[in-house]
Each structure stands twice: as C-alpha cells, then as structure tokens.
Write a protein that binds this ligand. Structure first.
Ligand code: ATP
Length: 486
C-alpha cells in the first residue's frame, strides 16, 4: 500500500506571506498531506512519520505524542470522535530535541485514515495542528513540487525523497507537534465525522489496546436495557462508570465506594448492578445478604471480610449485595439485634477501610427497606450515596415496554401509549412489564393454534411469520398480572 506524497511543512506560519498563502491553498485539495507548525525536524522524524502514515489502514490509529501515557488517556476520552473501527493503535513518540529548541511542542494528536482521507484529531483542549490535503500541482516552490503518488517528505520547504521507506513491512512510529500554535486556524482543518455505531466499539477497543487487554465482546445487561431510570443511571455514570473507565482523571478524588439502591421490589436494582459491571468491564459479584447469616460464632463476620477482600483483589469490581437490610438493621441492643450487631459492625469496619483506599472496588447495596438500616451504615464514608429506584411512572413504563418488546412481533393496531397508561394505573413495576409481554406472546401462540401445530409437528416457517401479538393478547396478559397483584 502506498500513501501519496507526504509534505511536512515546517517553519512559522507567519514567517512569510508566501508560506501563509501556500498553506491556505493547500486546504481541501488532494493527494498530499502536510503538517503545519512543525519546526525543522530532521529526516529521521519525517521518515518515522511517513512510516506511521503508511501503517494507517482504515482500522488503525496513529497517536503522535511526546507523552505516551497521557495521550493514551486522551485518546480514550476522544474515542467517540473516531469514526472508523479501531483495531490497532500505533504510537509515534517524539524524541527529546527532535523538534528544535521548543519546550512548548508537546501537544498530542491522533491520525486515522478514512477512505482516502487522513483525519486528524487533536488530543488536547486546543486543537493545535491541522492536516491539510494539498494540491500536488501547487506552485509554492517549483523545485519542491510534490506530485501525486510521489514518495517525498517536504521539510522546511525542501522535498526529501523517502524512497523505499514507504514500503516497510513493520513500521516504527513517529513523532510530535507544537502546542497552542495555530490553535484557531487549525480548527478549520479538523475533518471529523462522528458515526455513532463506532463510539462504543472504539471506546472499548482503545481502552483495551491501551492496557494491552484482550478485547472481548460484551454480553449481558447494559444501561440501554434499563428503562425509566435515566437520572439514577446518570448518577452512576458520574460516580462509578467514568471513575472506573478513566481512573487517571479521578486519581486525587475521594470516591464514594458504597452506594445504596433503595426502592420497591422488581424495579431494576439488580439490573443496575449488572449493567454497571458491563459498562465498565469491572468484575461482578452478587450476594444476597442472607447468605452471611450463620449460626456459627464469628463466621458471618468472616464471610463479610472475605467478600471485601475479594472485591479489592478483583478491582475494578462491582459487588452487589441484595437485601442488605437483613444484616444491617439498626443496632438497638435488644435481644433480637444481639446476633446481628456484630455483622453491622463488621460491615461498617470493612466499608470504612475500603473508603480510605483508592481501590476502585464499588459495593452496591440494595434494599426495599431503607428505613430499617443502621444510620451509621448509610452515613457518608460508608454507603453514603443513596439512589432511589422507584416504581416507574408512565414515561418510564413506556421505556421499559419498548426495551422488552424489541424484536417481538406486534400487530399494528397495538397502542403502546394505551397499554402503558393502563400499566401505570395498576402500578406495574419493571418486572410486571416484562412478564406481561412474555404472557402476551404466549397468548398469541395459543390464539393462532401454534402449540397444536408444534405438538403435531406441522409447524412451518410460514407459521413463524404469522405470529404477532394483538391488543387482546396484551389485555389478557395484563389482567392476569393485575389479578395476581390483588
Ligand atoms: P428486588 O428488590 O426484588 O431484588 P430488583 O429491584 O433488584 O428487585 P430486578 O431484579 O433488577 O429488580 O428486576 C427484575 C426483572 O424485571 C429484570 O430482570 C427485568 O426483566 C425487569 N425490570 C425491572 N425493572 C426494569 C427496568 N427499569 N427496565 C427494564 N427492565 C426492568
């Protein structure tokens, strides 16, 4: 594969009017890629740069940096601006002194190739560099003209033939760029087109590439599978997801490791715990607090200590404890609480210890009875962040309905608004919605005599095409749930 001619323009933008004009002419033309603002870099630098560009194949990104660690982090932050699927990441490191005597030449940027175009992404708040697509016939300097397909690098106005370097099988990577240099003018040259479907993929791939982890497809619940809990999800993103995904940003921040999800049964608390793990790639463990209750002296406390130990060892981790109220009731010295108190004390101790560390081990406790919990446990520094997971309102029910109805055949006359209004009237929770849909599907199968056909082995592909849930199927299914609720 060959890239066309590559021009690296060095020197001050304002040094000469001609240069300025020349550079302006380069914008949005074809075949030559040129960098602006690079001070007299030697052939080594340009060669490495050429290697780097050549390595770009529509599935890779080249990070140009003087500080690999911070640019990797920035690349993760800006991953959603890269609208190609990133499978590989190359880093082009600038050696000290390669950019002549300028301390401020330290900004980071990334390049990727989309179709035939090179896209440059500034990995800094101020875009500082632009890639320009130049017209090879541009008359800047007759002797340095670079024609389409030529293998030349233009340094300080002098074209250097890169010869075979463009054909290296194993490119080594290249270099750096100035800071705050052409901040304003450079913005014009950023050619970014964000495409949503790449966002998630790239975030995960880049994060994995940065930490040399293997990329595995994510399965299981995600936030997009949870309806009616947008503000809870937003808070969890803020306090858990981003701190796990971008630890560098939160390094000196005291994070809330203990989170209490409270609210009526079957409204999505467990779902949130699982989704948190899948959104972050954190290791997930789930417990029911009743598991810790033991008649053997001291063994309940030992199990709690063990759970915390595991959470820390597995960090980043999400540990979900359901029905926390069963072991964390208010301590009141009564005979009933005598057996429970040591567990509460142990939980308090473990939580306080964990809060003192920087380990990204998050403990999510869930309860339907927040009122029963020991006040010390729900104080800040323990389970200090309390999030209500309420019974969904009509809008929430609609979201949940749409999530669960996805990929199921429904007749056209079914009105989601009408159904969710009825659900709201009967105080349906998330689980009721899911069940209503499952039951409605079974009602449809029954109505269409599909069970009979299955039993007689006469069921065909054409029958499969006929299955569609009707309004009546839904109504019957919902009535059944309403009856069960009474
Ligand atoms: P409990 O307090 O009884 O432990 P919970 O609040 O943890 O209940 P979940 O186990 O998360 O409830 O939800 C049960 C099931 O109900 C889920 O697997 C899902 O099918 C459905 N469900 C509940 N809430 C929602 C929701 N907000 N969005 C989508 N599905 C939901």
């Amino acid at each position: 594969m060959r890239v066309g001619a590559v021009g690296i323009n060095c020197g001050y933008y304002s040094k000469s009017r001609n240069i300025k004009q020349y550079r302006n002419n380069l914008i949005n033309k074809t075949d030559t890629v040129s960098f602006r603002g690079l001070f007299s870099s030697g052939p080594d630098l340009s060669t490495r740069f050429a290697y780097g560009l050549e390595a770009l194949d529509g599935q890779s990104v080249l990070v140009v940096t003087s500080n690999e660690e911070s640019s990797n982090m920035m690349l993760e932050l800006y991953a959603d601006k890269i609208d190609i699927p990133v499978m590989k990441k190359y880093t082009l490191l600038v050696k000290p002194g390669e950019l002549k005597n300028r301390d401020d030449l330290s900004a980071n940027f990334a390049i990727f190739k989309k179709d035939k175009d090179y896209n440059i992404l500034s990995l800094a708040d101020n875009p500082i560099i632009g890639i320009q697509v130049a017209n090879p016939k541009d008359e800047f300097n007759e002797k340095n003209r670079i024609f389409s397909g030529e293998k030349k690098v233009l340094i300080d106005g002098v074209a250097i033939d890169t010869g075979e370097l463009f054909y290296s099988e194993k490119p080594k990577f290249v270099f750096n760029t100035p800071k705050n240099y052409y901040a304003d003018s450079a913005k014009r040259y950023l050619t970014l087109n964000t495409v949503n479907e790449f966002k998630d993929f790239n975030k995960r791939t880049i994060s994995a590439l940065n930490s040399s982890k293997k990329v595995e497809p994510k399965t299981g619940f995600r936030f997009s599978d949870i309806g009616g809990l947008d503000s809870v999800i937003e808070t969890l993103k803020k306090y858990v997801v981003r701190p796990i995904n971008y630890p560098q940003v939160f390094e000196n921040i005291r994070l809330n490791k203990g989170i209490l999800l409270w609210g009526p049964p079957r409204c999505g608390k467990t779902l949130l715990g699982k989704a948190l793990a899948n959104e972050t790639g954190a290791k997930y463990s789930e417990y029911n607090a009743n598991e810790f209750k033991s008649s053997t002296l001291g063994s309940s406390e030992a199990s709690i200590r063990e759970m915390f130990k595991k959470a820390v060892a597995n960090a980043p981790s999400i540990t979900f404890i359901d029905e926390i109220d069963s072991i964390a009731k208010k301590r009141d010295g009564s005979s009933n609480s005598r057996f429970d108190d040591p567990m509460v004390n142990q939980l308090l101790g473990c939580m306080s210890d964990l809060e003192k560390t920087k380990t990204p081990a998050f403990i999510i406790a869930a309860t339907n009875r927040k009122d029963l919990l020991d006040p010390a446990l729900v104080a800040s520094g323990r389970f200090g962040l309390h999030l209500e997971v309420p019974i969904p309102d009509e809008k929430g029910l609609k979201q949940i309905f749409n999530i669960h109805i996805k990929d199921k055949p429904v007749m056209q006359n079914v009105s989601v608004d009408e159904l969710t209004r009825m659900m709201s009237l009967h105080k349906f929770n998330g689980s009721d919605v899911a069940e209503a849909i499952t039951n409605a599907y079974f009602n449809a199968l029954e109505r269409l005599s599909m069970f009979e056909k299955m039993d007689n082995r006469t069921f065909t592909y054409a029958d499969l095409q006929k299955i569609a849930i009707s309004k009546e199927d839904f109504h019957l299914a919902m009535q059944k749930i309403v009856r069960q609720k009474i």
